[in-house]
Design a protein. Structure first.
Length: 265
């Protein structure tokens, strides 16, 4: 399909009708620039415009897309040739359109995956297993003592994470023992970029080689005898546990501090 020949044919028929490009464009509901591009062979009229364009120019679609008055002896042959050409053009346009749509969709999916991945990487945390070499409880913490005694949970600076605690009371041999459960939750960012996460935990002196968080144990309302355990059991399960169930959870946990001995384990 020769676009340049079709363009010249459109221009010649328009001039025979004594129409300007602007007048033809107005009849078809397009701008004059579109008509100019057709006549210059830069592009083809949209398929939806072939019928009204042919009508305005006083021709038929077969002649229009042939770019000439088709000889009646080869009319059917030319018609079939034009149909094949038009189908090819439509398929090409659809292919380009689908390619652009799929590319755009792929970009959106990629950015969505990256965004969700970033949120997961920086915000979704996992409970860390007990690591005796990386974590400990100390009674020599010089932090804020406005609410509690001087007890802190510390980790080495290469083991950054968020410390969570749960305080409860356990009855043992007619005695009430205060139990403080702790665990550390770490995001993937904490695991792979330890020092980037330090700002989340306050102003710590990194030269000490440790990061500490006061456990805020309410000593005035708490049993004098209390113990601190590292547990991987969910706090929800612990909060709903009976005394018997709590005893089983304690046995599975790691004792880190006992107030009777004032000693870290």
């Amino acid at each position: 399909m020769d676009q340049e020949r079709i363009g010249k044919y459109i221009a010649s028929l328009r001039k025979k009708k004594n129409m300007t490009q602007e007048e033809l464009a107005e009849k078809l509901g397009v701008n004059s620039r579109s008509v100019s591009r057709w006549e210059n062979g830069k592009c083809m009229p949209d398929l939806s415009l072939l019928t009204p364009l042919s009508k305005e120019l006083g021709t038929n679609i077969n002649d229009l897309i042939s770019g000439e008055d088709v000889n009646q002896n080869i009319y059917q042959e030319k018609f079939e040739e034009n149909v094949v050409d038009m189908v090819s053009i439509v398929e090409k346009k659809n292919h380009i359109s689908n390619l652009l749509s799929n590319t755009f969709l792929g970009i959106i999916i990629l950015f969505t995956v990256l965004f969700v991945g970033y949120i997961f990487y920086t915000n979704v945390s996992f409970k860390a297993s007990y690591n005796k070499d990386k974590m400990y409880v100390t009674s020599e913490y010089n932090g804020d003592l406005s609410y509690s005694n001087d007890i802190a949970f510390c980790t080495k600076n290469d083991y950054i994470g968020r410390v969570n605690r749960l305080i409860t009371v356990f009855s043992k041999d007619s005695e009430e023992v205060g139990i403080v459960f702790v665990h550390v939750r770490r995001t993937l960012q904490d695991i792979y970029h330890e020092y980037n996460a330090i700002n989340d935990y306050g102003n710590y002196n990194l030269s000490t080689g440790k990061t500490c968080q006061n456990l805020y144990i309410p000593v005035l309302e708490f049993p004098k005898h209390y113990q601190i355990y590292y547990t991987e059991t969910s706090f929800k399960k612990i909060a709903n546990a009976s005394n018997e169930e709590l005893e089983k959870i304690i046995k599975k946990a790691n004792l880190m501090y006992d107030s009777f001995t004032n000693k870290s384990e």
